[in-house]
Design a protein around this ligand. Structure first.
Ligand code: HT7
Ligand code: ZN
Length: 879
């Protein structure tokens, strides 16, 4: 497979003004007829370029130009391209192809899922439907005719407005859809199936009436209310916060079982993984409800950030994804608890993204090259990309940022543009120089900020010295300094101190001048605050103002002070994590020396106070009580001794549970409630704290804890509590757990999404023997390796979230994963390459583990017919 470089970008030699497609959907195969109005691109430098269309896995039936059928000498095929050497400057190309959606297991292009036809065209799936200029800077006006059996496929959908329906002879019917907005092929969608429709309406800020329709299988029609409410909230929010109005009379969402990602923002016809649209309290956890809200909003927001203004090429992916993730994060923060949302996002970034940025696949948010673009739908492009947009928001402030986004949308409406265009609009609207800031787009790696402080009591000066550095990443050995917004406050005895920088402008960043964003631009830089009457505790990187690793030598007392009283929720939580990390280090030393693990009493007191404080947000308390995850620890320790870390963390959790048993019990009881389920912030917080307390109590695993878990499992009416109880039981020695698993399966076997949770709980069980159970479950009738949700729930959860079992010393976990990757490489390369990520991190681990992991990677690499997806990840991780 060959590498594609951003520096090789050229404008397309041809443009397609209109695209007329006709689909004849059959049980064996589907005939696709396209009529493309093509003309030479006046902006192209190559005047006599042949027409080179993308196409793969297509049976070509016929090609005609302006009504004249071409004979086989007039075109050639090379790799994924169909080349017609001699074409007029403007013409109509008619093309007939035959495809087999029934056999399409890659879930790219047109495929069948649970009896319905559906499409996934981003990034390069349209070329599996017909020959086309399948690149995002070719935007065309689509008209789509669909013909299918009326009984089997009563619902026939595509983008835009329905312009005609017709009943045909032989039991078939036809619909015609017209989308007035020019779009790239990756936003094309088609759905045909027997589907129930849940309907609502939305009136936009300018009075446009929009019909909102969610199409699902009949049995799921009772699980659409939350998605519909989320959609309406998102539509209103985008009007209020960004001034963006919806632009068509119809907005459709369709739920499908088999889907490689969460959802897809096809113009006016969003296609969703069922896991991101269906929700009801009996079957869906709080996390599931929040995911539905976030993904529905994300796809809706793409209507502007992605569809109306799209990407010039796939190197610019973060232009739409980073911006849209930032938008959906702000939306979710406004709908629920902003601090909890921020801590969740930072947790994902500091585990998965920091790991990616330090690994063999590290890339800037705007990559310079790729082999397979599907491999670049990454936490870096999405989540770090969102952090980069957030930093622009921080540097400009909300008003100027809004001016910038207005200018961006106005200036580029209907265009395919670049990250540079986004930054330029922000600069032009605000007058803020983002010159140095642009390094965030081109440089990979997580910058480190080493901060030290000096207090001069005589001068009443407090100086923070900041040194920035960034480790080398593949292809980038030295890095230019970044422009890093560092939000700070200084905590004194009686609260936050007023901040004034020596030689600085008066601080107007907060009403009481107590918070400031420092612009760190130099490799080393000092900031001196004047009028500081006492030595403060610095609160640094408030709100996680930049995606960096911050190092400050806090004392335990300072961390306890931050944990108890910082007004910034992120810094409070982070202090709790740093204290937890210190405890884990101590536990490692204790176990190595054969001592009993005994947590520090001041740390325990702080946890005790958290548990007792009813005024605090329960979700925050729950997050602060949780020790840093094993995934986070894997980012801190070098090399990572998975087993030792797991033992130390578990021993510490048990010691905390024993020391705080009474408080945990009281907290559990206080948080138990009979109120009817609501997925609101208050109730979610309460359940989260209750189930955190239960998990701790179950470590003690005495009768009283088991009885709590059993009773919660049997009596809960919502899936959050039921699953939390099941999870505690499965990880305990309670004999009841086998019964619990069996009963759970029996009760929910008709709900695939619930059964996926059942698979996941077992896959993540920390106890020995999980790999055997996972292997046995792969033979369970409910498991299906062709369904990505099931693969993620069982194989993905085991390999990615059950470190202690995956890293079994005999290498069985690594072997198991490689076996699955080899199988999936043939049926679904996108899923195969995502699944293998845990193996690519081999350099982090102890030498024995490294060897075993490398051997499995080499075994994969030696397979014949390796997909470009898997080849790229494996070969880069072995370099
Ligand atoms: N823009 C969507 C990307 C997507 C995707 C990419 C590759 C393979 C399958 C896919 N399904 C959806 C999702 C989003 O970010 O909104
Ligand atoms: Zn997206």
């Amino acid at each position: 497979p060959s590498t594609i470089y951003l520096s090789d970008y050229e404008v397309p030699a041809y443009l397609i003004d209109t695209t007329d497609l006709a689909f004849d959907l059959g049980e064996e195969s589907t005939k696709v007829t396209s009529q493309l109005h093509i003309r030479r691109n006046p902006a192209s430098k190559t005047s006599n370029a042949p027409l080179a269309l993308h196409g793969t896995e297509l049976d070509l039936i016929s090609l005609a130009i302006d009504g004249r059928t071409l004979d086989a000498t007039e075109w050639t095929q090379s790799g994924e391209q169909l080349i017609i050497a001699d074409v007029p400057t403007e013409f109509v190309l008619r093309c007939e192809t035959l495809i087999r959606p029934q056999d399409n297991t890659s879930l790219e292009g047109l495929y069948k899922s649970s009896g319905m036809f559906c499409t996934q065209c981003e990034a390069e799936g349209f070329r599996k439907i017909t020959y086309y200029l399948d690149r995002p800077d070719v935007m065309s006006v689509f008209t789509v005719e669909i013909i299918a059996d009326a009984q089997r496929y009563p619902v026939l959908l595509s983008n835009g407005n329905l312009s005609a329906t017709e009943t045909l002879a032989d039991g078939r019917h036809k619909t015609v859809w017209q989308d007035p907005f020019p779009k790239p092929a990756y936003l094309f969608a088609l759905v045909a199936g027997k589907l129930a429709c849940v309907e609502d309406r939305f009136t936009t800020m300018n009075g446009r009436e929009v019909a909102l329709k969610i199409y699902v299988e009949n049995k799921d029609a009772d699980k659409c209310d939350h998605a519909m409410a989320s959609l309406k909230n998102a539509m209103r929010w985008d009007e209020d916060v960004y001034g963006r109005e919806y632009d068509l009379d119809i907005f459709n969402i369709v739920a499908v079982d088999d889907f490689n990602m969460g959802a897809m923002e096809n113009k006016s016809l969003n296609i969703f993984n069922t896991s991101c649209v269906l929700a009801k309290p009996e079957t869906t956890t709080d996390a599931g409800f929040q995911r539905v809200e976030g993904v529905v909003a994300h796809e809706y927001f793409h209507n502007w950030s992605g569809n109306r203004v799209t990407c010039r090429d796939w190197f610019q992916l973060s232009l739409k994804e980073g911006f849209t993730v930032f938008r959906d994060a702000e939306f979710s923060a406004d709908m629920g608890s902003p601090t909890v949302k921020r801590v969740e996002d930072v947790t994902l970034l500091r585990t998965a993204q920091f790991a990616e940025d330090a690994g063999p696949m590290a890339h800037p948010i705007r990559p310079d090259s790729f082999i397979e673009i599907s491999n670049f739908y990454t936490v870096t492009v999405y989540e770090k990309g969102a952090e980069v947009v957030r930093m622009i928001h921080t540097l400009l402030g909300p008003e100027l940022f809004r001016k910038g986004s207005d200018l961006y949308f106005d200036r580029h409406d209907g265009q395919a543009v670049t990250c540079e265009d986004f930054v330029l609009a922000m600069e032009d609207a605000s007058g803020v120089d983002l010159g140095q800031f642009r390094h965030w787009y081109s440089q990979a790696g997580t910058p480190k900020l080493a901060v030290s402080a000096q207090y001069d009591a005589d001068e009443q000066h407090y100086t923070l010295t900041v040194k920035q550095s960034c480790p080398a990443t593949p292809g980038q050995t030295s890095k230019a300094p970044f422009h890093i917004p560092l939000a700070v406050a200084l905590l004194g005895e009686a609260g936050q101190l007023a901040l004034q920088l020596q030689d600085g402008e008066p601080n107007t960043e907060t009403a009481d001048n107590t918070e400031m964003v420092l612009s760190v631009t130099e490799p080393e830089q000092s900031f001196t605050f004047t009028g500081i009457h006492e030595e403060p505790v610095p609160s640094l990187l408030r709100g996680f103002s930049a995606p960096v690793k911050l190092d400050f030598a806090y004392s335990r007392e300072q961390l306890l002070c931050l944990m108890r009283s910082d007004s910034d929720g992120f810094c409070r939580w982070d202090a709790s994590q740093q204290l937890g990390l210190a405890e884990i280090n101590q536990a490692l030393a204790d176990l190595a020396a054969g001592r009993e693990v005994a947590p520090d009493s001041a740390y325990l007191d702080a946890c005790r106070d958290l548990l007792a404080d009813e005024t605090l947000d329960g979700a925050m308390v729950a997050m602060m009580l949780q020790l840093p995850s094993e995934a986070y620890l894997a980012e801190i320790f070098h090399p990572v001794d998975v087993i030792a870390l797991h033992r130390a963390r578990e021993a510490l959790r048990l010691a905390i549970a024993i020391a705080l048993q009474a408080e945990l019990q009281a907290c559990y009881e206080r948080c138990s409630s009979d109120a009817a389920y609501a997925a609101d912030a208050a109730q979610i917080a309460q359940r989260s704290l209750k189930n955190t307390a239960l998990a701790y109590l179950m470590l003690v695993d005495d009768d009283s804890a088991r009885n709590l878990a059993i009773s919660q499992f049997e009596n809960s009416e919502n899936m959050t509590d039921r699953l939390a109880a099941l999870n505690s039981l499965v990880n305990s020695a309670a004999p009841y757990k086998a019964d619990a698993l069996q009963r759970f399966y029996q009760n929910w076997q008709h709900e695939p999404l619930v059964i996926n949770q059942w698979f996941q709980v077992q896959a993540m069980c920390r106890l020995p023997g999980s790999i055997d159970r996972v292997q046995a479950l792969m033979a369970h009738p409910a498991f299906d390796i062709r369904n990505p949700n099931k693969v993620r729930a069982l194989i993905g959860a085991f390999c990615g979230q059950n470190s202690v079992n995956f890293h079994r010393e005999d290498g069985a976990g690594y072997r198991f994963l490689a076996d699955q990757v080899i199988v999936l490489n043939r049926s679904n390369p996108q899923i195969a390459s995502r699944l293998l990520v845990p193996l690519t991190k081999w350099r982090k681990y102890l030498p024995a583990a490294q060897q075993l992991m490398c051997a499995e990677l080499k075994r994969i690499l030696a397979q014949p017919d390796l997909s470009s997806d898997v080849y790229e990840v494996v070969s880069k991780s072995l370099q």
